[in-house]
Write a protein that binds this ligand. Structure first.
Ligand code: URA
Length: 233
């Protein structure tokens, strides 16, 4: 739906109403790459790309997809380690929270949002979307392991997991699909079948994939992608 550009800008919280006026006057705002100086211009934030100082802005809910590198902890602050928040562009850093978590050594797809409802729906144990992991591991997954995953594994501490899909790719490599997010879940599932994980990457969540997003970078999800994500919940 089309809205006034100055309203969209001040609605993001990045600038005040008068700050929006100044930014427009100074040519710091672009619509689809073209400088926009008229605050009254009608723009559709779902289809037009609006940038402020070269950074895309989002008028409504913000959902970011990060390709997390290893070595970053999923938390907002940490006394020792670098946190995933350091990889979030400054204008969103204080606005979004991680959706679930990836271990320090796990790489790949991690979502962030400022939409509390979406966040809770995505991490709710009742409604989790399937998540696909690529693992390199010791040993070789066999038919008995595939069946054990499919019938719901019991971990070393007695935790019972929902049925999951194990797809052996070759010697020491597998894809694992799980619909829940227990602590160190994939590593513990694999360990329960004597396959210690040596490398783990989340590749997919629902229909969302990493695509060609470089490691360490993040991008905004489109409204269409957000809608698709919500359909799965
Ligand atoms: N399972 C794990 O063991 N670690 C992760 O980071 C995610 C899923």
């Amino acid at each position: 739906m089309k809205q006034r550009l100055d309203k969209i800008l001040s609605g993001t919280g990045l600038v005040t109403r008068s700050g929006a006026k100044d930014a427009l006057k100074a040519g710091r705002v672009k619509i689809n790459g073209i400088p926009a100086r008229d605050g009254a211009a009608k723009v559709d934030p779902d289809t037009d790309t609006i940038t402020l100082d070269g950074q895309p802005i989002s008028a409504g809910r913000v959902v970011l997809l990060l390709n997390k590198p290893e070595g970053y902890v999923t938390s907002t602050q940490d006394p020792r380690d670098r946190t995933v928040m350091e990889l979030i562009p400054g204008q969103y850093r204080n606005r979004v929270s991680p959706v679930g978590r990836l271990d320090k050594m796990t790489e790949g797809l991690l979502l962030f949002t400022d939409d509390g409802d979406l966040l809770h729906r995505l991490i709710s144990p009742k409604k989790q979307v399937p998540k696909v992991y690529y693992a390199r591991h010791e040993g070789q997954a066999g038919e008995d392991d595939v069946e054990a995953f499919a019938s719901g594994l019991t971990l070393a501490d007695g935790t019972v997991c929902l049925p999951a899909v194990l797809r052996p790719l070759g010697a020491g490599e597998s894809l694992i699909t799980v619909c829940e997010g227990k602590y160190h879940q994939v590593r513990r599932m694999m360990a329960s079948r004597r396959m210690t994980v040596t490398y783990l990457e989340r590749r997919q969540e629902g229909k969302l994939t990493l695509g060609n997003l470089p490691r360490g970078e993040c991008r905004l999800l489109t409204e269409e992608e957000c809608r698709e994500l919500l359909e799965d919940l």
